[in-house]
Design a protein around this ligand. Sequence first.
Ligand code: NAP
Length: 239
Amino acid sequence: MKHLPCLLLAAVLAIPAHAAEPDDCIAIIGTGSVGGALGPRFAGLGERIVYGSRTPDEERVRNLVARTGARATAVAPAGAAAACGTIVLAVPWSAVEATIRSFGALDGKLIIDVTNPLGVRNGVEVAAPIEAGSMGELVQSLAPGAHVVKAFNTVYYTVMAHPATAGGPVSVLISGDDAGSKARVARLAAGIGFEPVDVGPLRTARYTEAMALLLVSRLVSGQRPFDFQLHPWPVKQAE
Ligand SMILES: NC(=O)c1ccc[n+]([C@@H]2O[C@H](COP(=O)([O-])OP(=O)(O)OC[C@H]3O[C@@H](n4cnc5c(N)ncnc54)[C@H](OP(=O)(O)O)[C@@H]3O)[C@@H](O)[C@H]2O)c1
């Protein structure tokens, strides 16, 4: 019964709810809280993980590789991005542009953008103004031939690692312009225990990035944070 909402949502979205089929590999760029949470979870689906780290030989990164599984490796970010068809961007927003510019060709690759343009100043959350409208759209402008999908950015990293610790089902909000790429991300999200919800084209990343700011505002003010679960209307309402 626990997975029923997930199955229902997947049916609504016409997305298969089974675990993702293994891709060639998934490059996880950034080995911090998010990279360290998603890497082992995707590996659990049978995906081969290649971490992209500025210090791939550091003990901290080697420990992450070891707990991800026997097939996992870590190399420099550009090498990881070149090796895999799917790239998870899990670096600070301020490092995104330089990181992508350091990559080679990205045409046809799926980039899952988890970044949020925010920070904390004097104990208060602050949004960073992004001229492109959102980090998702900025990433797309830097890699015009790639399929950029915004996802997982409204989920706290401890919940990414252990969704069962949330108070109930948690949605992964998916923004993107390519249906096949969004379906692949939805399968990954469902496979690791989340409810994938297609919220629209990539420009809707503006709104999910603001939702993440709401979550951070709760965290920094010491209040109980939220997990987000979206309920699509069962039928379209009259105009
Ligand atoms: N924390 C969350 O719960 C959460 C949830 C949703 C979304 N996000 C977003 O996801 C992204 C990653 O968040 P995080 O919490 O994983 O951050 P983090 O713990 O600070 O890790 C970011 C990683 O990015 C890499 N990196 C590359 N360039 C960097 C630079 N110039 N400065 C610092 N690190 C750099 C580092 O890995 P290497 O040292 O191996 O290169 C670092 O460990 C952020 O954009 C954040 O807003 C976070």
